[in-house]
Design a protein around this ligand. Structure first.
Ligand code: NAD
Ligand code: ZN
Length: 359
C-alpha cells in the first residue's frame, strides 16, 4: 500500500510575510467574537515579535516554555487553560491555534489543536492514527528551521512511558507562514543544532532502504541547501535554511529517518537532551553507518566553530542505560529503514549499548 500523503494546505513564503498573518486569519474569524489562540515561545516575551502578533480583543496569547521538550502533561495543562479561557469568553472552541516558535512550540500548538477536539489525555494518542476527530484549524510560524515540524504529520511528545509522536493526518498544519526574517535572531549554536536535525533527516532518508524518487527529490535539494548554509554561509542563508527544513520534512514524510534518530530518542528520553543537540552528539559516532555524512558533518562543525558536548553517558546507571536501549528499540521503522528487514540481527541490545557508552 502506498501512503496517501497529507500535506499542509497553504504555504506563504518570503521575508516579511509574517505581516500577512492577520489577513490570512481574517477568513477564520467568520463570526464576530470568535477567538484565535496564539501559542508563542516565551523567549519572545518583551521582544519586538510580541508586538507584531496580530492579537484581536477576544484572542488569547498563550506563552509557552520550551526549556524542556514538550510533555503530554504540559499539553494537557495548556489545553485545559485554553478551554477555560474560551468558557470565560462564552465559547466552546477557538477558531484557530497558531504556533509561533521552534519545533517544540509548533508541536505544542499542533497537540493543543488536536486535544481541544479529542477526549482524554494527549498520552492516549501517542502512536499512529489514533486521532479520530479533526483538530481545530492550526498554523505554523517557525522561528527556527530544521525540524520540519512545520510540514510533518506528527507532534513529538514525551509521555509517562515513551517519547513518541501523535502521528495522524489531522496533525498536519492547515497553514505554514515561512518568513526567513523570523529565524535571523536565533542563537548561533541553536541555529546549528536545529539545522543539523535537517541535515541528518536528509542523510538518513537518502541512505535508507525506504528511499524512493519522491523522497530523493526533496532530500537531495534539502541536502544541497544545508551544504550551502553550513559550509558557505551566503547572504541568503536564512531563506535557504527555511526551505531546507521544509524539503527535509517532505523527504522523510515519504521515507523514514534512521539510526541517529532512534538513538537520539533514547538519549532525549532518559537524559533530556534536546532533539537537535542530541542528534548532533549521536551522529558524530555513526561513521560506520553514514561515513560520508559524518565526514561532512565534521567539516560543518569546524566551519561553524561548534564544540560538541562529550561524555554524556559517562555516569549513568544501569537502569538508565537499559531504558535508553528500550526507547531506541521501540522505533522499529527507523531501524528497518536504516538496516533493512533483517535489522534485528544487525542491531542487538549489546551493540546499542556499546554505541551509547561511547557518547
Ligand atoms: P526548540 O523549539 O526546542 O527551541 C530551542 C530553543 O531555541 C528554545 O530555548 C527556544 O526558546 C529558542 N528559540 C526558538 N526560536 C528562537 C529565536 N528565533 N530566537 C531565539 N531563541 C529561539 O528547538 P527546535 O530544534 O526547533 O525544536 C526541537 C523540538 O522539535 C523537539 O521537541 C523535537 O522533539 C521536535 N521535533 C518535531 C518534529 C516534528 O516533525 N514534529 C521533528 C523533529 C523535531
Ligand atoms: Zn529530527
Amino acid at each position: 500500500m502506498f501512503r496517501n500523503f497529507k500535506t499542509v494546505d497553504r504555504i506563504v513564503f518570503g521575508r516579511g510575510c509574517f505581516n500577512q498573518l492577520d489577513d490570512i486569519l481574517a477568513a477564520r474569524r467568520a463570526s464576530a467574537g470568535s477567538s484565535i489562540v496564539f501559542v508563542v515561545d516565551d523567549v519572545f516575551k518583551g521582544k519586538p515579535l510580541e508586538q507584531r502578533v496580530p492579537l484581536h480583543r477576544q484572542d488569547l496569547l498563550l506563552w509557552v516554555n520550551v526549556d524542556h521538550e514538550p510533555k503530554t502533561t504540559y499539553v494537557d495543562q495548556l489545553t485545559a487553560q485554553v478551554r477555560s479561557a474560551m468558557l470565560e469568553r462564552g465559547q466552546t472552541l477557538p477558531v484557530g491555534v497558531i504556533g509561533i516558535g521552534g519545533g517544540s512550540t509548533m508541536d505544542l500548538s499542533k497537540a493543543i489543536s488536536l486535544m481541544l477536539t479529542n477526549p482524554g489525555s494527549s498520552a492516549d494518542y501517542q502512536g499512529w492514527d489514533l486521532i479520530k476527530i479533526p483538530a481545530v484549524y492550526h498554523a505554523a510560524v517557525p522561528t527556527l528551521s530544521g525540524t520540519g515540524a512545520e510540514v510533518s504529520r506528527t507532534t513529538v511528545l514525551t509521555g509517562p512511558q515513551k517519547k513518541l509522536g501523535i502521528n495522524s493526518d489531522f496533525t498536519v498544519f492547515d497553514q505554514a507562514v515561512l518568513d526567513p526574517e523570523l529565524i535571523a535572531g536565533a542563537p548561533r549554536q541553536q541555529r546549528f543544532y536545529t539545522g543539523m536535525d535537517c541535515y541528518i533527516h536528509c542523510i538518513e532518508s537518502l541512505t535508507g532502504t525506504f528511499l524512493n524518487a519522491f523522497s530523493k527529490a526533496y532530500g537531495e535539494k534539502s541536502l544541497s541547501l544545508c551544504q550551502e548554509v553550513f559550509l558557505e554561509d551566503g547572504a541568503d542563508s536564512d531563506d535557504k535554511l527555511m526551505m531546507a527544513s521544509f524539503f527535509g520534512g517532505m523527504s522523510i514524510a515519504y521515507s523514514q529517518v534512521g539510526v541517529c534518530h532512534a538513538l537520539s530518542y533514547g538519549l532525549s528520553f532518559v537524559l533530556g537532551a534536546h532533539h537537535g543537540i542530541g542528534n548532533s552528539i549521536v551522529f558524530d559516532y555513526l561513521e560506520e553507518f553514514y561515513p560520508q555524512g559524518v565526514a561532512e558533518f565534521r567539516q560543518m562543525l569546524v566551519k561553524q566553530q561548534i564544540d560538541l558536548p562529550r561524555g554524556l553517558t559517562a555516569g549513568i546507571s544501569e537502569a538508565q542505560m537499559e531504558k535508553m536501549v528500550e526507547v531506541a528499540l521501540v522505533l522499529e521503522p527507523l531501524w528497518e529503514n536504516a538496516l533493512g528487514k533483517q535489522w534485528r540481527q544487525k542491531m542487538t541490545r549489546e551493540r546499542i549499548r556499546e554505541l551509547y557508552r561511547r557518547m
